[in-house]
Design a protein. Structure first.
Length: 210
């Protein structure tokens, strides 16, 4: 599949009616869908996807193998069992469009540092940020039943660059355990519920405001 020429697609046209239980199943059923997931183009591959519900863990391995991105299309409620990435440049979740609800039942975690990652067909340097809200993006409500954590060096666990997250609930807390890594970066404003969330950084800052 030519990653630079991907247009709006329906879920059924990529994956069919069979329900995959893992990324290995996705790859076996549809290499196109696997490419979309690994490139972080799950949302970008569709015009509109109201309520994706991924009922098995999402796990990626390798440089730039991001978990989930919203940089195009329209989503209302993204629901995951858990998301864990293991690789430099492998961002956990990155949002560049409005997303009303992001729900993860278990952990959202990354285990890498900075590395190259394919973004809309272009190789770019990215950090393995846990949850990143980029310019133009916003999230109404974030609900994480486990931990939001990073373990790589010189990364940020929760990064909000432009607009805001209205409400956040992270049952297991927000943590950064890598050398020189910070737990939370906020460009402006407040996040509802953040003051009730356990935030920790082993070798960096707990909260940095621009």
């Amino acid at each position: 599949m030519n990653r630079t020429e991907r247009g709006p697609r329906t879920y059924e046209s990529l994956i069919g009616s069979r329900a995959p239980e893992s990324l290995a199943d996705v790859r076996a059923i549809s290499p196109d869908m696997y490419d979309a997931l690994i490139d972080g183009a799950f949302a970008g591959a569709f015009g509109r996807l109201d309520n994706p519900d991924v009922q098995a863990p999402v796990q990626t391995f390798g440089t730039g193998a991001r978990g989930f991105n919203v940089y195009d299309g329209v989503l209302e409620h993204a629901n995951f069992e858990s998301i864990v990435t293991d690789g430099d440049g492998a961002t956990g979740v990155q949002v560049s469009k409005p997303l009303p609800v992001l729900e993860i039942k278990g952990d959202l975690a990354t285990e890498g540092g900075e590395g190259l990652s394919l973004v809309k067909g272009v190789q770019m340097k990215l950090q393995a940020v846990g949850l990143s809200v980029k310019p133009g993006g916003s999230i109404g409500k974030v609900s994480i039943g486990g931990q939001l954590r990073t373990s790589g060096a010189k990364v940020v666990t929760l990064e909000v660059e432009d607009r805001e997250i209205d409400q956040i609930d992270v049952a297991g807390g927000i943590s950064a355990t890598g050398a020189g890594s910070d737990a939370v970066h906020l460009s402006h404003g407040e996040i509802g519920g953040l003051d009730h969330t356990t935030i920790s950084s082993a070798a960096g800052e707990q909260l940095v405001r621009a």
